[in-house]
Design a protein around this ligand. Structure first.
Ligand SMILES: [Zn+2]
Length: 245
C-alpha cells in the first residue's frame, strides 16, 4: 500500500498535466466518469494517502487502498479503473477507489493532520494524542486523523528510531519522547520520500521486515500488534515499553 510520501512523488510526476484539458476518459469505475471528459485540471493535491485531481467543477479522489497502482504515459495489461487522456500523454490508475468530491476541499480535509503538508501542526497532533492516552502508539501512528500519510513502514521505522515499544500507551510516553515521536513521523516521511525517489528506500529499513535488531544483534519480534493488527517489527531489548499504571 502506498504511504503518504509515495503520493507526494506521484503529485510531482504529474505536474506536467496541470492546466491541461482531459480529452478522453476510460475505465471500469462504476461512477459516471464521462463527467470528467472535457474538464481542465486546475491542480493536484494530496492528503495522506488520498490523491486529489482538482477540476474546474469538482475533485476526483483516488485512494490506492491495498493494491492500487498507476502508470504515466504507459498502460498495464489489466483494464484501468480510470484513464485520463490528454492531447499529449495519459495517466492511468488501477485497482483503486475513485470518488467525486463536490464540496470545497478545505471543508473535507484537515490539512494540518497531514504529516507532509506545509500546514502540518505538531502541537495539534500532541493535543489529539493527549485526548486518547490509552491508545497504543502503534495504532496512534496509523490514525489518519492524527498522522495522515503515515503507513505501516513509517510506523515501524519511527518507533524503532526513537526506541519506543509499539505497544506503549500514548499517554505514558514522557513529554520529550512524545514530542520526538511526532517530530520523527514528519522527518521520516520526508526521508522516505527522498529514498523512494532514488530507489534506495528498502536499503534504509532498520526494523521493517528485518529479522535482527541492528543495535542489539538479537532477533526482532514480529507481531500483528494493536487494534490495527498490522505487521509490527520491534526489539524487546532496546525499545522501551511505556505503560500507564
Ligand atoms: Zn534492539
Amino acid at each position: 500500500m502506498p504511504e503518504g510520501p509515495s503520493i507526494v512523488i506521484l503529485k510531482e510526476l504529474v505536474q506536467r498535466f496541470k492546466g491541461k484539458e482531459i480529452v478522453k476518459v476510460e475505465g471500469n469505475s462504476t461512477l459516471d466518469i464521462q463527467e470528467i471528459a472535457g474538464q481542465t485540471i486546475t491542480d493536484f493535491k494530496s492528503w495522506g494517502k488520498h490523491f486529489l485531481i482538482c477540476l474546474t467543477n469538482f475533485t476526483v479522489r483516488i485512494h490506492f487502498m491495498l493494491f492500487g497502482s498507476y502508470r504515466i504515459n504507459e498502460q498495464k495489461e489489466t483494464k484501468p479503473r480510470l484513464s485520463l487522456q490528454f492531447q499529449e500523454g495519459q495517466i492511468n490508475f488501477y485497482t483503486c477507489s475513485v470518488q467525486f468530491i463536490t464540496e470545497n476541499l478545505d471543508e473535507v480535509y484537515d490539512w494540518s493532520s497531514d504529516v507532509m503538508s506545509e500546514l502540518w501542526d505538531a502541537e495539534k497532533a500532541k493535543h489529539k494524542l493527549k485526548q486518547q492516552p490509552d491508545t497504543l502508539v502503534c495504532d496512534a501512528l496509523l490514525d489518519k486523523r492524527i498522522f495522515s500519510g503515515v503507513g505501516n513502514i513509517i510506523k515501524n521505522e519511527v518507533l524503532f528510531r526513537i526506541r519506543v515499544h509499539p505497544e506503549s500507551d500514548a499517554g505514558a510516553l514522557p513529554e520529550e519522547v512524545l514530542e520526538e515521536m511526532i517530530k520523527d513521523a514528519r522527518i521520516y516521511s520526508f526521508d522516505f520520500f527522498e529514498w523512494k525517489k532514488n530507489y534506495v528506500l528498502k536499503k534504509h529499513w532498520l526494523a521493517h521486515t528485518k529479522k535482527i535488531c541492528p543495535r542489539c544483534n538479537i532477533p526482532l519480534i514480529k507481531k500483528y500488534a494493536g487494534t490495527t493488527k498490522r505487521r509490527t517489527f520491534f526489539c524487546n531489548n532496546c525499545q522501551v515499553l511505556y505503560k500507564r499504571i
